[in-house]
Design a protein around this ligand. Structure first.
Ligand code: NAD
Length: 400
């Protein structure tokens, strides 16, 4: 159980790039990083593409005015001159900026926590992975739902063979907020999401399904996709070539099969994020709308609901417990859990503690790479007439 006590010697000096006043995701980063004030301290910022608004926002959050910078380049340069300069940055800007900012931060000797989808191509991720290794730095990726500890319960039960052999993987992350094009007209954040120059090669596949794909890998690290077929659509034609809906079918190396539906045109849907794993003996199901519960169905037995924070859960699950049974935990705690693991990873990296790093389960650069590779394979299949393609680990534009 977590109670806010320190897990590392002292809080890390942390800055945010993006995630400003009007952003969707900025507050989630701060609520995650600052939940335990023993892990991170927000000491500098380049919050906004609009320097004045970014400065005003930073000051309102308690950042020293002189450390609210007009842009990330100035922040990195000025902070490098200080003895108490920043050690780690979080990047919460639109997708098309992630690669350049991550590169600049690593080159300046900073650890990086970056939004998903990490970059546009697997080549970029591999290049940055090499740079991070050379610099001895961590790159963490904010798959923000993945800190929900009931996913670790699923991981433990699958590893213990409670489901038997895995046969079917059923994944869904859908909502209906883009059922019409009014969202693009009303919001800059939606406008860039359907512009390939800023969003990259996909819309919902990158924006939504990378979360769910990572969560499935977290739950079942041994399950590797052998081939997949992706069919993607732009129901609002102006979004083409980017999709607002996609279906993916997967065949796994162990003979299991899977499907994933991702969509932003699932009109009216408010609880469309779920994972169901079907084995030869039993099934497990998790819904984001009830994140503290798992449905456990053993063939021939009454259906069970496993509840967060109860002593019958696996130790790995309850280790991330904060509030105790009877009280609700949710997305904020999930973010706090992954941010705490980023802090532990950074501290271990600084101390050369490979044992801690190897035993820590958190979304690292390999998880970021997996997400980009997932998008590449989906797009390659969709753009080749929605044909089955071999799942390749890096960009293979030429082969279908
Ligand atoms: P947004 O458009 O709402 O906000 C972007 C923010 O970045 C704004 O504050 C903007 O002023 C700032 N910005 C843009 N360019 C900048 C630059 N060069 N330097 C400094 N600041 C800059 O976008 P959003 O919806 O918050 O998404 C941002 C990122 O977070 C995207 O990569 C998106 O995929 C990801 N995201 C992740 C989650 C999650 O659950 N992990 C949720 C939403 C968004």
């Amino acid at each position: 159980m977590l109670n806010g006590e320190k897990k590392i010697a002292r809080p890390l000096r942390w800055a945010m790039i993006g995630g400003g006043r009007l952003s969707n995701v900025g507050y989630k980063h701060r609520t995650g990083a600052l939940r335990d004030n023993t892990a991170f301290q927000l000491v500098a910022s380049a919050f906004d593409i609009d320097p004045e608004r970014g400065k005003d926002f930073g000051v309102n959050l308690g950042v020293e005015e002189s450390r609210c910078y007009p842009d990330y380049q100035t922040m990195i340069a000025e902070e490098a001159k200080r003895e108490d300069g920043i050690e780690v940055v979080s990047i919460a800007t639109p997708n098309g900026t992630h690669y350049a900012i991550t590169k600049a931060a690593l080159e300046a000797g900073l650890h990086v926590i970056c939004e998903k989808p990490l970059f546009f191509t697997s080549e970029e991720v591999l290049e940055i992975k090499e740079l991070a290794e050379k610099q001895g730095k961590i790159v963490g990726v904010t798959y923000g739902f993945s800190g929900n500890q009931m996913l670790l319960q699923m991981r433990a039960m699958i590893e213990q063979g409670k489901l038997g052999d895995i046969r079917v993987v059923d994944l869904q992350y859908t909502h209906g907020f883009n059922a019409t094009d009014s969202a693009e007209k009303a919001s800059d954040a939606q406008k860039w999401r359907v512009d390939p120059k800023v969003a990259g090669p996909s819309f919902v596949l990158g924006d939504l399904s990378t979360h769910t794909y990572y969560m499935s890998q977290l739950i079942m690290p041994k399950m590797k996709i052998k081939e997949l077929l992706c069919d993607r659509q732009s129901f609002i034609p102006s979004r083409a070539p980017l999709e607002d809906n996609a279906f993916v079918m997967m065949r796994y190396e162990n003979g299991a099969v899977g499907r994933l539906w991702t969509s932003s045109i699932n009109a009216g849907c408010m609880d469309g994020h779920r994972i169901r794993i079907v084995g030869s003996k039993a099934s497990l199901e998790w819904w984001d709308s009830k994140p503290g519960e798992l449905k456990y169905e053993v063939q021939g037995e009454p259906v069970q609901t496993l509840i967060r924070a109860m002593p019958y859960l696996d130790e790995s699950c309850n280790a991330d417990e904060r509030l105790g049974a009877l009280h609700q935990e949710g997305l904020s705690e999930s973010w706090a859990n992954i941010y705490l693991k980023f802090a532990i990873a950074i501290d271990a990296k600084n101390r050369g503690d490979e044992k801690t790093l190897n035993n820590l389960v958190y979304p690292d650069i390999n998880a970021g790479l997996d997400g980009v590779v997932w998008i590449e394979n989906c797009v390659r299949s969709a753009d080749n007439g929605s044909s089955w393609v071999e799942f390749s680990q890096a960009n293979q534009k030429a082969t279908v």
